[in-house]
Design a protein around this ligand. Sequence first.
Ligand code: COA
Length: 466
Amino acid sequence: MPVGIDDLAMYIPKLYVDSKDFAKARGIDPQKLESGIGVRKMAIVDTNQDPACMASNACLKLMEKNNLHPKDIGRMYVATESALDESKAMNSFVIGMLEQVYGDGSFEHAGGIECKFACVSGSYALYDNANWIRAEENNGKAAIVIVSDIAKYDIGSAGEYTQGAGALAMLIKDNPRLLEFDQKVTSTIIKNEYDFYRPFGKETPLVNGNYSNLLYLIQVKKAFDSYKEKAKTTGLIKWDENNESITDKIDYFIVHLPYRKMGEKALAYLLRHEWRHLPRWQYIIKEVGMDEPIPKDPRGTIESILLDKEFMKLDEQFRRAFMKTSSYQDVFNRKMASSLEASSIIGNLYTASMYVGFRSMLEFEYKKGIELENKRIGFGSYGSGSSAMVFSGVIKSGYKEIVKSMNLEEEIGNRTKVSMEQYEQLRESEINPDYYITKPRREFILVKIGGNTSDKAGLREYEYIH
Ligand code: COA
């Protein structure tokens, strides 16, 4: 049974920090942020917003735009790493908010959970819900998967310029208009790691930035190797292994985007591994102008690579030159660039970042006049801690109906630039929630969090503002 993404809707908070202001305040060259990281604007939440109300806003948009009623929905999953409670799942908050609009008990028949595995959990949620439909457990109903996060790092840390906030809701059903998932090829990899984690009670993560970058590349590549094997044995994708790479047969690459530049690097890493045994490598090496360095330890584990300082230095040099070659640039421009547009004006969205990348690709490729029907999309999802999932899907004939009206700037809406002083006050929760910066309109907001001493400690109250 064909199952996949039928439609999607996004909610981005209306405040942002400009990367030039940020660079000035932190004494960083603005060019480092714009081209080294790839960020121009970072979305941040107002005093009256949290990941649950962003998730509800994205979900309400999706439901309204598709004239959906709660009775059409059998499951709602929220994937996040910005959990509000150690026990109560974020989708229960979302149900509560949506029932303010659709009526008390209107979602009672449905089910769902909050999913956690850093930035990859949304992909697991999609996979589980697609299989729920394939197994015909859904009684004719669709599923909604929402990815919602606030990427927040310590003030003054290297992670601070890779922040962002937002949510995306996806409608999962049979015979989807937008994207049908390929079956029997989804591949995962998992390992106990401490590249990025947020212990109980801590608002910001502990990050080993460069380690997490390298681990991301290694883990996604391992999952990709397994995907490749499955694509070959199932016959999903056919290619001449002596002269071609499976990457030649995948039309778009959508990957996890903690920041724009990471997408560019992930593509370079994948193409190097997939191309180095092919005839084309000879002329690529000529254009690069140096041989590809080989690590001293042939096992190529993350530990051995990091210890091999000489290799690391040469490899960075090679990677930069490879990314300038016409072969890389050609694939990058045709198969990835459009998916990175949204990231540079929103920032990191953790679980939502890859899916907003997908949304971005659809809009900007469509605007170029490219026919997308039957194009195969390869997804490389990564979550620290760590797990990667690689899967693929094919764009369906109904996509135009959805994509033709996409307009990123319009969907984000009018935004207010905050000063660095306001940003720091918001970050430290120094502004009273009653004094929000942007006036809410047609959206859910957080109005109250119960006090510490009462029996209502931690209880969150939300309201829909018309
Ligand atoms: N002009 C242009 N580019 C510049 C520059 C300048 N003046 N100064 C530095 N840069 C470039 C660097 O060359 C580098 O580019 P490269 O990757 O192509 O080599 C890039 O800016 C980043 O600079 P670098 O100094 O290497 O890293 P950093 O200390 O700023 O840290 C992260 C970057 C991503 C590690 C950090 O932001 C972080 O920890 N983020 C959170 C964790 C994360 O997102 N992990 C991803 C995996 S999930």
